[in-house]
Design a protein. Structure first.
Length: 638
């Protein structure tokens, strides 16, 4: 060892390799003396030098102590005769951070922040991270304060309230530093410097309270309890239209007022706010701040609030949308779309009654809604034999009908009340698909007259032969009978129905003769026109009509064998028709005491497999015309 610096280098090489947080140097206060010291700045550690061992025979422990200038067992706590270093100082410090009068959950809270990590001078980002990590870890509801670099003073620390626009106060105080004495001790001045010059007890309340409140009032609504006045407080951080809607709804929800708020659906994407009644179609009035109850926070003016609301001015309403003449808001008085009409039943065997007033007072967007609304009123009446449904022959159209079928009952719908704003008689007639005062005479029940009949179907290809007995229902259509037989193995059946309206007996003196086929009315002026109208009608699926070129008769055919039911109506009682079925016998329909309706049944033809026969055939010669053909022709296939 040839020099003092060589000694330091030799020791440092070994300390560095060991990983100890200890180093050695020339004692800065005693030149020429060796000093061991902790490399953990600011940690109250103790450095000890001991366990001296003489390495060679000509070296003594005294020589080692003399070389090091440190006695065996010396420490920074008890350094002895040589210099080992003084006790390290704990540079940890703490301060209290307090927020008062904040609007958030963590707006009134005091917490202690501890600076217990090694932060280099000028490393503001690390200091901010150390502080914010502790603030973010505070148990719920936390504290509404965070640290950041002052946006107006680069390199300076700033504490700020996280709830924008509130008039809260943030205070930094109760500075505490370590009391451990040593060579590198933290002073209050060091803490002030680290905090960017904030002194113990520094406080600031320069945030602007941009909160504001105003009232909204609903009057004239259909729900009396929803006609209220409610205070709206804008106290959240509003960045978007949805933020504004959410802030307002916080006050509207559960208040009982019949109002809500949304983006104006007529101006999508424009960010325009709209207050609206939660009951559609009521003649209500919405007013903004009708009592001049606007309150404003610090540095906030009325125009700020109106701009946030999308230029809805204080004192406006849907009746007076622009009282100042400068806003961009338009509106109109809500229209009470409720309407009513009367319905009466007469000529029925039971439950004649009325007039019963039907009030349309629900939100009706489709036919099902309309039917439900009317049925609610009919059920309450409970003494009139009328119901309502979708017309089975005219999709999307309303139909009133007597609950007892087959009677010449009269349903009258009249006295349409459309006195409420925005509703006309045409609107009401249109939704009901009727004209004021319309009456429709019920048609007496008619059927094809076919009795109950029984047939045995014997399949002798089986051993033993299998007999299947089928029994028809009185008045059953040929289509239904064919379906019964088609369910039996070895039998194939098809049905059709044909009827004629004879040209010789077609009398339409008034020109207003109405012929209905299966409930679908036709006001055709001739048989030729009637043929065209029937064939083109979407309500008569599977039914066609044509004029016989030889006789001029109208031939109507139901291709699947369903019954054809004819009825007539006219303003002239001399108008009449004659309907002929498969049996060739005409049935006259007139308005002077004869029949006004007739049902024509169809015929069924069979194809029987080999060894399949019909027995007990009560159909042939024992029923109406359609069944005289049940066995004729019979085609037997091999």
């Amino acid at each position: 060892m040839t020099s003092f610096q060589g000694l330091i280098s030799d020791i440092q090489d070994q300390l560095s390799a060991s990983g100890f947080a200890v180093d050695v140097r020339n004692d800065p206060t005693n030149n020429g003396r060796l000093q061991f010291f902790s490399t953990d700045n600011g940690v109250a550690s103790t450095v000890t030098v001991n366990n001296f061992v003489a390495g060679t025979a000509d070296t003594t422990l005294t020589d080692l102590s003399s070389l090091l200038g440190v006695t065996d067992g010396a420490s920074s706590a008890v350094p002895g005769a040589g210099a080992v270093a003084t006790i390290g100082s704990l540079t940890a410090a703490s301060f209290d951070l307090t927020i008062a009068n904040g609007s958030g959950a963590g707006g009134n809270r005091s917490v202690t922040v501890t600076l217990d990590q090694n932060v280099s001078n000028g490393d503001l980002d690390s200091l901010v991270s150390v502080i914010n990590a502790q603030l973010a870890a505070i148990a719920s509801p936390g504290i509404d304060v965070r640290a950041q670099e002052d946006p107006q003073n680069a390199g300076q620390l700033q504490f700020y309230a996280t709830v924008a626009g509130e008039r809260s106060t943030v205070t930094v105080d109760n500075f505490l530093v370590s009391g451990i004495a040593g060579s590198d001790q933290t002073q209050t001045a060091d803490l002030i410097s680290a905090l960017g010059g904030l002194t113990d007890g520094a406080s600031e309340a320069n945030g602007s309270n941009t909160g504001a409140s105003f009232q909204v009032r609903l009057s004239g609504g259909a729900n009396g309890t929803a006609n209220q006045t409610q205070t709206i407080t804008l106290d959240d951080n509003i960045q978007t239209l949805q933020d504004l809607i959410t802030d307002i709804r916080d006050d509207l929800t559960n208040s009982g007022i019949g109002l809500d708020v949304r983006e104006d659906p007529t101006q999508p994407g424009q960010g325009i706010l709209q207050f609206f009644s939660t009951v559609p179609g009521e003649g209500s009035t919405i007013e903004i701040d009708p009592s001049i109850a606007l309150t404003l926070g610090n540095d906030v003016v009325q125009l700020n609030v109106e701009n946030v609301l999308g230029r809805i001015s204080m004192g406006s309403s849907n009746a007076l949308p622009d009282p100042s003449g400068s806003t961009g808001v338009t509106g109109s008085v809500g229209n009470l779309s409720a309407a009513s009409f009367d319905i009466t039943l007469s000529g029925a065997s039971t439950n004649n009654g009325g007039p019963i007033t039907i009030n349309l007072d629900n939100n009706i967007t489709n036919l099902d809604d309309l039917i439900d609304d009317i049925q609610d009123e009919l059920r309450l009446a409970n003494n009139i034999g009328v119901d309502v449904r979708e017309d089975p022959d005219n999709a999307g159209r309303l139909q009133f009908f007597a609950t007892v079928a087959g009677e010449e009952a009269v349903i009258t719908v009249n006295n349409l009340n459309s006195a409420n704003p925005g509703i006309s008689s045409a609107n009401l007639s249109g939704i009901l698909n009727i004209a004021t005062g319309v009456t429709v005479l019920g048609v007496s029940a008619v059927d094809n007259g076919y009795p109950v009949q029984t047939v045995d179907i014997i399949n002798s290809s089986e051993d033993p032969a299998v007999t299947t007995t089928l029994t028809t229902i009185a008045g059953e259509s040929a289509a239904a009978v064919a379906a019964r037989f088609n369910a039996v193995s070895g039998v194939s059946a098809n049905a059709s129905t044909t009827a004629r309206l004879t040209a010789a007996d077609y009398v339409n003196n008034s020109g207003t003769l109405q012929v209905s086929i299966n409930g679908v009315p036709f006001n055709s002026t001739s048989l030729a026109n009637l043929a065209d109208d029937v064939s083109s009608s979407p309500s008569l699926r599977g039914v066609s009509a044509s004029v016989d070129a030889t006789t001029g008769d109208l031939v109507v055919t139901a291709g699947l064998g369903n019954d054809l039911v004819f009825s007539i109506d006219s303003t002239d009682t001399t108008d009449s028709i004659s309907v002929v079925g498969p049996n060739g016998q005409p049935t006259s329909l007139d308005l002077v005491g004869g029949d006004i309706a007739a049902a024509i049944g169809g015929t069924v033809n069979f194809i029987l497999n080999e060894n399949v026969t019909l027995q007990n055939d009560l159909l042939a010669g024992n029923g109406p015309v359609s069944y005289t053909h049940l066995t004729l022709p019979t085609i037997y296939s091999v």
